[in-house]
Design a protein around this ligand. Sequence first.
Ligand code: SAH
Ligand code: SF4
Ligand code: F3S
Length: 439
Amino acid sequence: MKKLYIETYGCQMNFADSEVVASILKDIFALTGDVNEADLILINTCSIRDKAEQRIHKRLQELEALKKKRRDLQVGLLGCMAERMKEELLETEPVLDFIAGPDAYRSLPQLIAEARQSGPQFNVMLSEEETYEDILPVRYDVNGVSAFVSIMRGCNNFCSYCVVPYTRGRERSRSPKTILAEVEQLLRDGFKEVTLLGQNVNSYHWNEGGEEMTFAKLMATVAGMSPDLRVRFATSHPKDISDELIETIARYDNICKYIHLPVQSGSDAVLKRMNRSYTRDYYMQRVQKIKSLMPDCAISTDIIAGFCGETEEDHLQTLDIMHEVGYEYAYMFKYSERGGTLSAKRYADDVPDEVKTRRLEEIIALQGELSAISNRRDVGKRFQILVEGASKRSEDQLYGRNSQNKVVIFPCGQAKPGDYVEVVVHDCTPATLFGEVIE
Ligand code: SAH
Ligand code: SF4
Ligand code: F3S
């Protein structure tokens, strides 16, 4: 059988999609981890910021050199960049034999065959229905403990800076029946943790025979499948994280006490231009609801520095809300203008790059302090850890996560990946907790 090598960039949804792609191609290609022995190389791409795309262009240049040596090698590009740039990419990147957008993966066998016969091919059609719900992903490159399950695709929110609604198309939910069947299979295969995935999981919605399935109900159903299964989710938009969902997370021990709640900015004026459709007050009220029901719940966030028109005062408000929430963790970015988005059309990208850089550095430094404070608070506490594997630093150490999604490192003892162990934390860095297993 011919060999397939897949390289994935971008968000967890792209990683989940690559597993779907591997499944669609499994009768024609066997997966390989060695790019040099591949007959087909697929690059699953991300367009979220300019840097992400630049990285892919560079990678394609490297592959061009490889292709010169191997005449029958095929290279295909998948994902958000294919959707954003469309067939123009085939002209600017001659190394590519074909490109396929996020909703076009079922046509891959055909694209591959036609590209071999008659030159470059593309399919960048978006769909209003496609969820690949009947395709059981091939779980490659995983630790056998924790897996992602895609529950919806696309996004309707149109935050003004964001390409996702254009690259992934309209929001659509996957049927609960196929989601639950996939989780059942993971349980049979020994997995201990699932993360339910979508760009905005709170708007998950399914209606069948008059019965309504909300995201909170779906979470409760998955959590009810086994007390041994941990349930996580990503990502929730603050505007519609409901009381029902927060109460559900609080009610189930095996729903992890960790919520990723991207704030983007602490300034109402900036939030408005970002089209986030919540105010700072509303966001804080959601955080208070979470903390009042679950004082031990970790909250992480995404922050954009230097969005169009952001003043020094706006920036200070971002630092201020970070203090106020006391985030456990944050993903932090400089604003990167994306062609075709609302902000690119409406607002000038007018914060100078050195100002963006300085503001981002201040945000990163503050988050470092907040993470350190949060971790120091955990020293002396006891947590249940799901063991994921051997620590990178030393073979005698294992690592795993607590419910709050913090990485904990501890000496091996009898434990192995997939076990739950009780650990007492005795030390920490801003990024990691260190502990001992208690019997
Ligand atoms: N659906 C998720 C986010 C997906 S993109 C949500 O709404 O929370 C992940 C993060 O990338 C975003 O939260 C945002 O912080 C960042 N991002 C998106 N577009 C960006 C841009 N044009 N420039 C800089 N950061 C961006
Ligand atoms: Fe982008 Fe906003 Fe949709 Fe998230 S919710 S994917 S930031 S448009
Ligand atoms: Fe990137 Fe597309 Fe995900 S733009 S962040 S790979 S949805």
